[in-house]
Design a protein around this ligand. Structure first.
Ligand code: FAD
Length: 292
């Protein structure tokens, strides 16, 4: 279908963009890479009066790596992340997860801010943001606020963004050098949205015990979620094959996916178990015995 009739505005400053959004009171929509919004317009799932193209706003394409962590501007694309050789060191979990996003064409245009604001429950970036306790900066006519990723993602395609707010950047906390980590996902074809994905990391203390475990999953709820029960199984223990199998069983029970056209709930639940097993085995360099 053709797009519904709409006006288009391309502001050159953030304050100009916010003023226009505020003046339209919810009838205007930000467009960044357009990779999710354009199909929504074509399918009439969105019908704004006005598109506010933030593609020319200054400073939103920066990737900053400091002692405070990794700061990604909202207009950073998947391709920008892939091309920035520093990120593989500064945040390997982010780099590994983003490698799974979409295909070349989409990767060249799709943005970090667009993905977070679109809030697809199977998208990698919101999953990494929730797993890593990222902080998101939102700027609107009422000023600036900083929100935790898990408070930002409210549900399927739903966030705490107000209609006159723009997400300007996301900050991932600093990454510890010796951290153990892995990202595992399963999609029917490479570049498709994941049926399910697991992001895992933990630190190891001087006694060889696991600390600070973070396990996040995508594709199995209406938003990315952390699996606190699995984290509790691992924290304070020494990782071995038995512990990994135990954690995977807890992961399987901890999710409650719905049936949909892509997979039955039971399949997705099993998948979370398998992906948790693989992620923890990879993170800890442990080879698991072949299943009987
Ligand atoms: C074929 C295909 C395959 C894909 N596969 C994957 C995949 O495997 N994994 C994955 O994660 N994604 C996938 N995507 C989505 C892609 O990653 C998009 O980049 C992403 O969903 C949206 O980014 P965008 O910049 O294109 O946002 P847009 O489409 O421009 O906007 C999306 C939404 O976010 C809002 N918005 C955008 N930027 C901001 C901002 N800074 N502040 C406030 N609101 C904002 C818009 O108003 C709109 O509601 C796929 C897309 C396609 C078309």
């Amino acid at each position: 279908m053709k797009l519904p009739p709409l006006d288009y505005f391309c502001p050159s400053t953030l304050s100009e963009a916010i003023a226009v959004l505020a003046a339209h009171g919810g009838r205007a929509r930000v467009i960044a890479g357009g990779q999710s919004l354009m199909p929504m317009l074509a399918f009439r799932l969105a019908a704004p009066e006005l598109l506010v193209d933030i593609g020319r706003l200054p400073d939103l394409k920066r990737i900053c790596i400091t002692a405070e962590g990794v700061d990604l501007g909202a207009l950073v694309t998947w391709r920008d992340i892939e091309r920035d050789g520093r990120l593989a060191q500064a945040h390997p979990l982010l780099s590994a997860a983003i490698a799974h996003v979409a295909h070349y064409q989409v990767r060249n245009r799709g943005t970090v801010g667009g993905s977070l604001a679109h809030a697809d429950p199977a998208a990698e970036m919101p999953g990494i943001a929730v797993t890593c306790e990222a902080m998101l900066t939102l700027v609107g006519s009422g000023g600036m606020r900083i929100v935790r990723a898990d408070e930002f993602c409210l549900g399927g395609l739903s966030t705490s963004l107000e209609p006159d707010e723009i997400l300007t950047n996301v900050r991932l906390p600093p990454w510890k050098h010796a951290r153990r980590w892995a990202f595992e996902e399963f999609a029917r074809r490479r570049g498709d949205f994941a049926l399910a994905g697991v992001a895992a990391f933990y630190d190891v203390d001087a006694q060889g015990l696991v600390r600070n475990t973070h396990i996040g999953v995508i594709g199995v709820a209406d938003r990315p979620i952390r699996l606190a029960d699995v984290e509790a199984v691992l924290n304070g223990r020494r990782v071995d094959a038995d512990l990994i199998l135990q954690a995977a069983a807890v992961a399987r029970d901890a999710v409650d996916p719905a049936d949909d056209i892509h997979a039955e709930a039971a399949y997705r639940r099993d998948l979370v178990g398998v992906l948790t097993e693989r992620a923890l085995a990879r993170a800890s360099d442990i080879t698991l015995p072949e299943a009987a």
